[in-house]
Design a protein around this ligand. Structure first.
Ligand code: ATP
Ligand code: ZN
Length: 224
């Protein structure tokens, strides 16, 4: 369903939401985030913000439901692989890597375990929310493993006897340490990215995207 207004999907609440809203505001997009609305209309530009869970953003772009989205590369790549495996649309255009949401997706093991390299992961059960990315990494290096899919509390899985290792997002490493784990391998370095759907859109919308991109460039450069 095409609308005249440019639709941008952003995370409603979480680690990407504040910086994402700040970026749009610095680009001159005026909006008011009051209440629990799913759609927020910008006051001074033909832009609608869709406030959703980050997990839904890649699919909204790949299905062409929204024009633009801001999402962590970890989530974007996981969903892309998952959809490709199911033969669903998984195309998108990366417009720009952004300067926030930085983290790494890492395999972590018992802090006291002897570790000499990825071969030591052979035959291990790995708890994760990112089974596709783990599989891609392990297949690439040719190491066999099994997964335990968890959407939360991944870091307690080894202690709970559910898995031998985990693969989860890390920024400082404090959570790993608090759970008696140590980082063994970094499998992805991720940041937030601005992506566009591959659907054909009006010239007006495309021109607005170009203007936004120039402003984003300016905002990011001003911070550097
Ligand atoms: P939602 O309710 O929208 O599903 P969520 O709990 O899945 O939220 P957040 O924890 O808000 O997601 O993280 C969103 C994104 O922020 C991650 O997918 C990742 O790209 C990025 N991020 C940056 N640093 C971290 C970190 N230390 N831990 C987790 N995610 C991080
Ligand atoms: Zn999520």
């Amino acid at each position: 369903m095409q609308t005249q207004r440019l639709r941008i999907a952003i995370q409603k609440k979480g680690r990407l939401s504040k910086e994402c809203q700040d970026l749009l505001k610095r680009c001159g997009v005026k909006f008011n985030m009051m209440g629990e609305r799913l759609v927020v209309h910008a006051e001074n530009m033909p832009i609608d913000l869709l406030l959703v869970r980050d997990d839904d953003i890649p699919g909204l772009i790949m299905d062409g439901v929204v024009d633009l989205g801001v999402i962590g590369e970890n989530e974007l790549e996981e969903v892309g692989l998952e959809r490709a495996a199911r033969n669903e649309a998984c195309d998108y255009i990366t417009l720009r890597r952004l300067d926030f949401g930085g983290c790494r997706l890492s395999i972590a093991i018992d802090k006291d375990a002897d570790y000499n390299g990825p071969q030591d992961l052979n035959g291990k059960r790995i708890a994760t929310t990112y089974p596709q990315l783990v599989k891609r990494y392990m297949d690439d290096i040719g190491v066999k493993f099994t997964t335990c899919m968890l959407n939360g509390s991944v870091e307690v899985a080894p202690r709970a006897g559910l898995a031998d290792a985990i693969c989860d997002l890390v920024s400082t490493g404090a959570t790993l340490e608090a759970n008696g784990l140590k980082e063994a391998e970094v499998i992805l370095r991720s940041k937030a990215v601005l992506i566009q759907s591959t659907e054909t859109i009006s010239n007006e919308k495309q021109a607005l995207i170009e203007r936004l991109l120039i402003r984003i460039q300016g905002v990011i450069q001003a911070k550097e």
